[in-house]
Design a protein around this ligand. Sequence first.
Ligand SMILES: [Cu+2]
Length: 118
Amino acid sequence: MEKLVITSLGLVMVGFIYWFFFGKREEVVGTENGKIHILVDGGYKPGNIKVKKNIETELVFKRTDQNSCLEEVVIPDFKISQYLPMNEPVSIKITPKNKGEYDIHCGMNMFHGKIIVE
Ligand SMILES: [Cu+2]
């Protein structure tokens, strides 16, 4: 009986850990009227952005993190490299031509986000 309880607890823990590390990060947020706001604070929030192919999308980045690591945002596949001043929204427009997943990262390639084109 005791073994069963421990095994069950173990399974719950594993489930929780899995959810904690993988579940939350896979949150995908779509655009609203072709626009999405991304908060730059200890990473990109939301981290996964869903956009539509062949439709102009406005990504509005706002950095509230002092970390100089995040002062530049890079989207290599769209040839974008943009300086982000503190607390000031910066609008970047993209019109994705192909379906797929595209990386968003900071100037030093440490923080990552993703654009998912459908
Ligand atoms: Cu960095």
